[in-house]
Design a protein around this ligand. Structure first.
Ligand code: GDP
Length: 424
């Protein structure tokens, strides 16, 4: 028996989906423990190419049980859409291999509307939300103003609970944002169209996970986004509204007593960032365009061009610490093949001082990157499958990063496909 979390070390989009897809081979259960439909985990395998938003990336493996824990923003509308998209490609999804915690809170129709309304109100000060309702959802969850998925089992009680919440929510919609009120009929139509359809998947996720552990099964915890977007440890307020870090995995999955034997942190060989907020190593102009094109850096959920720049070792070292990573998967090494020298950010200059400590969020705005260059390899590495297959300059780069972030790089990914990987 062993438990492992796969987490992002940076801003997200590091390639967690491809790593979970690869590693599920060794795991019996895959759990998503936070976040909602705002993720976009890209998985390429024998069924095709998928951008998974809510479904755990283990759905493609026969015999793997996939769990959505209590910590997720349960967006039934998005989830059902995703289930049918994946089923259309021949993947079997049923209550046998997909289990949803009855303690997960429901993302309700107004959460998406409120996200949009608030970003409009913020105008040029917006946070860069994916407008999937995540921030309004988690605010309501912590205010105890949403409903648990398990409440869908008792329609009468659900209707009463929703009526109370609706009265309160309509005050916000109409008086704060001057938007349309939602009617009870609209809400119950939503329950019929979406809520009811997820009832067959509901379960006591804690029991599923405890039983799995008792019978010696291996559990994989799948994070959404990266350490720098974690609500408590990320670049606040340019964070997501939940805890993406590995330490939250036991809580958000429904198994608070779970021990993580391993935390695999996923790091991209360069930096990317979607949305607003300080991004110290950001490149602009032609340099940025070239890297963005080489890496296909457009959001899996939104299609937005991602901001790009060189690998940021200051932010990455911080991410490794916050995640308590025990091993690293370095992805997209192949993308750097076009560069004759590989840039890395080794330090920041903050208030005139050079530092390798990741600064307090408000200090980041003025931080300047210190860039060093390593020799490039200038050849195709996508066929490499062993450490020796990689050119010396690529191996030197990996070893240099490893030493700087003080964590073993156990996997080097050289392409998006399942088998485009070098194990060390
Ligand atoms: P996630 O949210 O962390 O799973 O990451 P995304 O799916 O948003 O972004 C990662 C992107 O990189 C996807 O398009 C993957 O198919 C792709 N990808 C992952 N690993 C590699 C790699 O080693 N090389 C290349 N070229 N693409 C990769």
């Amino acid at each position: 028996m062993s438990n492992c979390a796969i987490v992002g070390i940076n801003w997200g989009d590091e390639g967690k989906g491809r790593m979970v897809d690869l590693l599920t081979e060794n795991y019996d259960v895959v759990v998503r423990y936070q976040g909602g439909g705002n993720a976009g985990h890209t998985v390429i395998n024998e069924y095709g190419k998928f951008a998974l938003h809510l479904l755990p990336s283990g759905v493609f493996r026969k015999g793997v049980v996939n769990v959505l824990g209590n910590g997720v923003a349960l967006d039934a509308e998005n989830l059902l859409q995703e289930i049918s998209t994946v089923q259309e490609k021949g993947v079997s999804i049923s209550p046998e291999n997909l289990k949803i915690s009855d303690r997960a809170s429901l993302l309700l129709p107004w959460h998406r509307d409120l996200d949009e309304l608030e970003e409009l109100r913020l105008a040029d000060k917006k946070y860069g939300s994916t407008k999937q309702g995540i921030a309004p959802f988690y605010s309501d969850k912590y205010q105890k103003k949403t409903v648990l998925a398990g409440e869908l089992r008792d329609r009468k009680a659900l209707e009463e609970h929703l009526a109370q919440i609706l009265e309160w929510k309509n005050l916000t919609l109409t008086r704060v944002y001057d938007a349309e009120a939602v009617s009870m009929n609209e809400l119950m139509d939503w329950v019929d169209s979406y809520g009811e359809k997820i009832v067959p998947y509901l379960c006591d996720a804690g029991k599923v996970l405890r039983d799995a552990q008792k019978s010696g099964k291996n559990i994989l915890f799948e994070a959404q986004l990266g350490a720098l977007r974690d609500l408590d440890f990320g670049i606040y307020p340019y964070t997501t509204s939940s805890n993406a870090i590995a330490a939250y995995a036991p809580v958000g999955s429904g198994f608070p007593g779970a021990k993580l034997d391993e935390v695999v942190g996923v790091v991209k060989a360069y930096s990317t960032c979607v949305g607003e907020g300080p991004f110290t190593c950001e490149w602009f102009g032609e340099e940025a365009e070239q890297l963005r094109e080489a890496g296909g850096e457009y959001g899996a959920k939104t299609g937005r061009p991602r901001r790009v720049g060189p690998l940021d070792l200051v932010a990455t070292s911080y991410g490794v610490q916050v995640q308590a990573a025990t091993a690293i998967a370095l992805t997209k090494l192949d993308v750097l093949s076009y560069m004759d020298r590989i840039p890395v950010c080794t330090h920041y200059i903050v208030d005139g001082e050079q530092t390798d400590e990741f600064p307090f969020p408000s200090k980041l705005e003025g931080a300047e990157p210190v860039i060093e260059y390593l020799p490039g390899w200038c050849c195709d590495v996508t066929k490499a499958r062993t450490w020796e297959d990689l050119p010396k300059q690529a191996r030197d780069f990996v070893e240099y990063v490893e030493a700087r972030i003080a964590c073993p790089i156990r996997y080097v990914s050289v392409g998006p496909e399942r088998d485009s990987i070098v194990l060390r």
